[in-house]
Ligand binder design. Structure first.
Ligand code: 5GP
Ligand code: ZN
Length: 114
């Protein structure tokens, strides 16, 4: 998808600090971290928002949660706990319109978020 920041990161046109990659998914450190661990888990398929998910994406989204599981353990945030969150559209706080999942941990997170 042209002019999509995360598609450019996936294609290697824009540098990022990649911590995980497989055929379906890439994960890299957020450029503006909100917690000691702040990783973005992103499907390589361009899907703009949660509202654009199809039934055929169910396996992909399940896989993303397994990647979150693996990365949380690798990052050492699994024992204390962490958060996986996806923002949808402007009022939900979404700024990059390529679906992604924030993995946040390493500090006590507040709930509800602002
Ligand atoms: P959203 O606001 O859409 O839920 O999340 C987008 C995230 O992408 C933000 O947390 C923001 O800091 C991060 N971000 C924006 N531009 C870049 C970039 O060029 N590189 C990386 N690694 N993260 C980015
Ligand atoms: Zn994209």
């Amino acid at each position: 998808m042209e002019n999509c920041l995360f598609c450019k990161i996936i294609d290697g046109e824009i540098d990022s600090d990649i911590v995980y990659e497989d055929e379906q998914v890439i994960a890299f450190k957020d450029i503006n971290p909100q917690a000691p661990t702040h990783i973005l888990i992103v499907p390589k398929k361009h899907i703009s928002t949660l509202l654009d998910l199809d039934e055929e994406d169910n396996e992909l989204i399940g896989h993303i949660y397994q990647v979150a599981n693996e990365l949380a353990q690798r990052e050492g945030i699994a024992e204390d706990g962490f958060r996986v969150v996806s923002n949808c559209k402007e009022a939900g706080g979404q700024t990059v319109f390529h679906i992604h999942y924030h993995l946040l941990g390493g500090r006590d997170l507040q709930w509800p978020p602002g």
